[in-house]
Design a binder for this molecule. Structure first.
Ligand code: UDX
Length: 355
């Protein structure tokens, strides 16, 4: 924790005092008031009550969730994080613990949860293929029951509901790039089905609640995403390649590396999620990058960047070698987001590229 900073002068409004956990002391000697401010939190916007929203983020301690929580906190909202910490970690949001606008609850969304909120961002679900395949039944249970519970909550408290769906609803796509109109090509009994079909049924539930109960819903279809706080052992390609290259170990390309992906930076994704939640678009909306790499090209790219940085830093030992391993079953061959809808209806535009 940083050292307390003493600020002299006019008393800050109560809200600032609250926002910074300030402790005030009355100074008799010069008849002024001194404030001891615990400069412990990043400065958050002070929103008028009418604009400050109570927001629930399920999976808020995960990679994407924690960046979303940061942005919502900085914007001045009251944020409650629900997470069972299966793949998320307290450390991703620990910098907000103690802030009066922030709460964190250990809870598994397969069980109901009651809270008065204005908006629900429903992210909770393992997203890395090795993690979601680790306990397939639990993954599909999380997608189905978690979404059912959160939609029930949204209906009850009249909150707006946003679910983070995925590009995996398109399966191994026959349409390229993928538009939201495409219905997908998913193997319903394959090893990825627990996630793909889980998210597809979660979308079905979401639009069921919209049609039957008038719940105000938003559906984001997220494409491959990278950025700080990815778990180094998450098993997805970006973290695997970076860790392998940094250690000078073999970089494991699955298959012949001709399959493609497009990688977006997490801050672009968070822009899109917040725009979608607060805009009028209720149809599913892709959020992703339209810059497509083959996995082999991507491995070469990571390898070159890491070697260059290590040489500049003087930490270079040896350049990693690319090796080839079996392609996992049902691995999608081509994936690139068509983001026309996000651009036209949300005014979203990606601001970052891979390098
Ligand atoms: O070490 C590795 C890891 C992965 N890969 C390959 O790299 C590609 C991307 O794999 P990832 O595991 O990162 O992610 P996938 O694209 O398969 O799935 C992801 O899709 C979008 C999101 O919803 C999810 O984060 C995740 O399911 C795949 O073709 C995979 O076979 C490697 O070649 N080597």
């Amino acid at each position: 924790m940083s050292a307390p900073k003493v600020v002299k002068g006019d008393a800050p409004p109560n809200s600032i005092e609250r926002a910074y956990g300030a402790q005030s002391t009355y100074n008799d000697a010069d008849n002024s008031i001194s404030y001891t401010t615990m400069a412990k939190f990043p400065p958050v916007k002070l929103l008028p009550n009418a604009e400050r929203k109570r927001i629930l983020v399920t999976g808020g301690a995960g990679f994407v969730g924690s960046h979303l929580v940061d942005r919502l906190m900085l914007l001045g909202h009251e944020v409650t994080v629900l997470d069972n910490f299966f793949t998320g970690s307290r450390t991703t949001v620990s910098h907000w613990v103690g802030h009066p606008n922030f709460e964190m609850v250990r809870h598994d969304v397969i069980n109901p949860f009651l809270i008065e909120v204005d908006q629900i961002y429903h992210l909770a679900c393992p997203a890395s293929p090795p993690h979601y395949q680790y306990n397939a039944v639990k993954t599909i249970k999380t997608s189905f029951m978690g979404t059912l519970n959160m939609l029930g909550l949204a209906k009850r408290v009249k909150a707006r509901f946003l679910i983070t769906s995925t590009s995996e609803v398109y399966g191994d796509p026959e349409v390229h790039p993928q538009t939201e109109e495409y219905w997908g090509h998913v193997n319903p009994i394959g090893i990825r089905a627990c996630y793909d079909e889980g998210k597809r049924v979660a979308e079905t539930l979401t639009y069921g609640y919209q049609r039957q109960d008038g719940v105000d819903v938003r559906v984001a279809r997220i494409f491959n995403t990278f950025g700080p706080r990815m778990n180094p052992y998450d098993g997805r390609v970006v973290s695997n390649f970076i860790i392998q290259a940094l250690k000078g170990e073999d970089m494991t390309v699955y298959g012949d590396g001709s399959q493609t992906r497009s990688f977006q930076y997490v801050h672009d994704l968070v822009d899109g999620l917040i725009l979608l939640m607060n805009g009028p678009e209720t149809r599913p909306t892709n959020i992703g990058s339209s810059h497509e790499f083959t996995i082999k090209e991507f491995a070469e790219h990571v390898k070159e960047i890491v070697a260059k940085v290590q040489k500049e830093e003087g930490t270079y030992k040896k350049t990693a070698e690319i090796i080839y391993k079996d392609l996992p079953q049902d691995d999608p061959q081509r994936r690139r987001a068509d983001t026309t809808r996000a651009e036209e209806s949300l005014g979203w535009k990606s601001r970052w590229t891979v390098a």
